[in-house]
Design a protein around this ligand. Structure first.
Ligand code: AKB
Length: 329
């Protein structure tokens, strides 16, 4: 148990609080869509100085310690772990589905080797806990399309999906054979107003809000009725922190947990946006991402996450759209 001194800049005194942290937290890939919001939430919770953000490019406007770190550079990660007394790693660096199709070998290298770098640190007992995100991309065209179960056919047809499925198997292997405390969630498409997604198939669901407000019009790269599971960032960040804080014994699944989120199609979200912005227009020009989207489930069953670590969703489609538009306006 560590005691952390938190300096409140708006108050001329220090407060001390007891944190559940046994050491510092490192977030690898902090510059991405999830990283930016996760770092900020973890800093609110544990204090700015307890969370080291890191990315391959230097990060700007940081509220706490930040380092430049290549997820493929094992020696640099090891050095940071020792130097900053890191005990928990959130490893987020990856190439997402659409980008990975353009650089298949690099995507495989980045997504797999960087995971091994972190799992090995867990095996060597140098860190206590690892979070690594998986994705609905582990599913494929022969997976049941609706209410997709936790354990079912996984036959991904994208490089990203193949790397996430392989990663899940390795996480379970390191947990079972080397007692590594690695925890994971199969993220649906993520939607937030603070950060932009980078190179995924579900990116349209963020772009649509920005274009609705700036241009009053959006040209969608998926067909109107392409239903996919998505989740508001508030819920996704809460899920990430809740799974990491759950008692070790309650995490029965060491590959990755399904999270359902909310399922909708481009035409459904456009209709909801039109309620607040009646002039908004949407057109459809499907590209290569349509095939990827069609290979993924339309809705997910997350009973296992609900049962094991009490997962509960807070944002439905209406609530998410209202919050997105309010913040972006
Ligand atoms: C993507 O579209 O690649 C990601 C994902 C579903 O993992 N958002």
């Amino acid at each position: 148990m560590t005691f952390i001194i938190l300096k409140l800049t708006s108050f001329p005194f220090f407060i001390t609080f007891e944190s559940k942290l046994n050491g510092m937290i490192l977030v690898i890939g902090s510059g991405g869509q999830v990283g930016q919001e996760l770092v900020s939430k973890l800093r609110q919770k544990h204090g700015n100085d307890a969370v080291i953000s890191s990315d391959i490019s230097p990060l700007k406007d940081e509220d706490g310690p930040s380092i430049q770190l290549d997820a493929l550079d094992k020696a640099a990660i090891e050095d940071s772990i020792s130097r900053y007394k890191i005990k928990t790693v959130y490893h987020l660096a990856a190439l997402l589905s659409a980008n990975a199709e353009k650089q298949i070998h690099f995507a495989w290298k980045l997504n797999m080797e960087s995971l091994f770098n972190v799992l090995e640190l867990g095996k060597e007992g140098r860190i206590d806990q690892i979070f690594w995100p998986s994705s609905i991309a582990v599913f494929g065209p022969t997976t049941p399309k609706t209410n997709t179960p936790q354990d079912t056919v996984t036959d991904p047809t994208t490089v990203y999906g193949i790397s996430k499925l392989a990663g899940e198997r390795w996480c379970e292997y390191y947990a079972n054979n080397f007692n590594v405390d690695v925890r994971s969630i199969r993220y649906p498409g993520l939607i937030g107003y603070k950060s932009m997604p980078g190179g995924g198939t579900t990116d349209y669901a963020v772009d649509i809000f920005h274009k609705a407000l700036s241009d009053g019009k959006y040209i969608c790269f998926l067909k109107a009725d392409t239903k996919l599971p998505m989740m508001y960032m508030e819920d996704a960040i809460r899920a990430t922190i809740e799974i990491m804080e759950a008692p070790k014994d309650s995490i029965r699944i060491r590959s990755s947990y399904n999270l359902a989120g909310i399922s909708f199609s481009p035409e459904e979200i456009a209709t909801i946006i039109q309620r607040q912005l009646p002039q908004f227009e949407i057109e459809y020009a499907p590209d290569f991402r349509q095939k990827i989207a069609e290979s993924w489930p339309q809705s997910i069953n997350d009973n296992a996450a609900q049962k094991d670590w009490n997962w509960q969703l807070e944002y439905n489609l209406d609530k998410m759209c209202k919050d997105m538009l309010w913040h972006l306006k």
